[in-house]
Design a protein around this ligand. Structure first.
Ligand code: NAD
Length: 275
């Protein structure tokens, strides 16, 4: 219950899905959180539900001043910042490469890469001055292997992983740890395409999620929140520069079910021995 006692965190994209589950878990574990999100109604309702340990601020993560304002709010309310979870995101532009409009390419990269960059940029001086902190960035298995997400989304998530590693090399000497989480298929409004609609619709839209990874159930936002908890806590204090996957095994390789009958049937091995 006290893994994050007296810690202060900013969570972008904290109003929904993975960010919401993380905000709930952080508060349950004793932290105080700033929920920074563009969804005002949802973010405000969550902050009210979580009570004194939470504040909401409306933030568009592409906007530098707004990202900085979220960090400033944490410091002005609670005097410190131990963790920033740069998690806000969306699916971005879809479609074959020859049809991707340039402005939508730019917008996708701005939300997914620039947003993470801004969170890191403005959390860094506060954490350096305090002698340490934990920066956590949400990437994706789409950033690790090709074909697990739309082209531009995947490219942006790969950039998040590399930015995470590069900044970890810089900030280690200040005891500021920088890690990325790579979720697999997680049942959220983003993946179920229900953003702005009731969460009850999610279950109707994720029927294929049980078969997408070796562990036969949909990934849940709470699965990601558990790793975000560990990374924010002092238990992970020697861990930095990592891209950690939570995907039920989805990106590890070819599913047993897909390996056809070749490997499913047992044949006694015939070993050749010369007479
Ligand atoms: P979600 O839609 O439930 O939550 C995303 C939140 O980010 C929303 O509250 C949304 O309002 C906010 N947001 C989006 N764009 C924003 C912007 N420009 N400024 C401020 N807030 C913004 O989706 P989720 O699945 O919880 O996604 C969280 C993160 O996880 C994203 O970065 C996503 O790419 C990543 N991810 C999700 C999955 C999955 O299967 N759900 C898999 C891999 C990675």
């Amino acid at each position: 219950m006290d893994e994050l006692k007296n810690k202060v965190a900013v969570i972008t994209g904290g109003a929904s899905g993975i960010g919401e589950a993380t905000a709930r878990l952080y508060v349950a574990e004793g932290a105080r959180v700033v929920i920074a999100d563009m969804q005002r109604e949802r973010g405000q309702a969550l902050a009210e539900e979580l009570g004194d340990a939470a504040r909401f601020i409306e933030v568009e993560v592409r906007q530098e001043a707004q990202v900085k304002a979220a960090i400033d709010l944490a410091v002005s309310e609670w005097g410190q910042l131990h963790c920033i979870f740069n998690n806000a995101g969306f699916g971005g532009v879809l479609g074959p490469i020859e049809q991707v409009p340039v402005d939508e390419f730019d917008m996708t990269m701005e939300v997914l890469v620039r947003g993470v960059f801004l969170g890191m940029k403005h959390a860094t001086p506060v954490m350096k001055a305090a002698g340490g902190g934990s920066i956590i960035n949400t990437a994706s298995i789409a950033g690790l292997v090709a074909g697990r997400g739309p082209h531009v989304y995947a490219c942006a998530k790969a950039a998040v992983i590399q930015l995470t590693k590069c900044v970890a090399m810089e900030l280690g000497e200040h005891h500021v740890r920088v890690n990325a989480i790579c979720p697999g298929y997680i049942a959220t409004p983003l993946s179920a395409n229900t953003v702005g609609r009731p969460d009850s619709l999610i279950e109707e839209r994720i029927d294929t999620y049980t078969e997408r990874q070796p562990i036969p159930r949909p990934g849940r936002p709470e699965d990601i929140a558990e790793l975000a908890l560990w990374l924010a806590s002092d238990r992970s204090k020697f861990v930095t520069g990592q891209a950690m996957t939570v995907d039920g095994g989805a990106a590890t390789g070819v599913m047993w079910q897909e390996q056809k009958d070749v490997y499913k049937t047992y044949h006694p091995i015939k070993v050749y021995r010369p007479d």
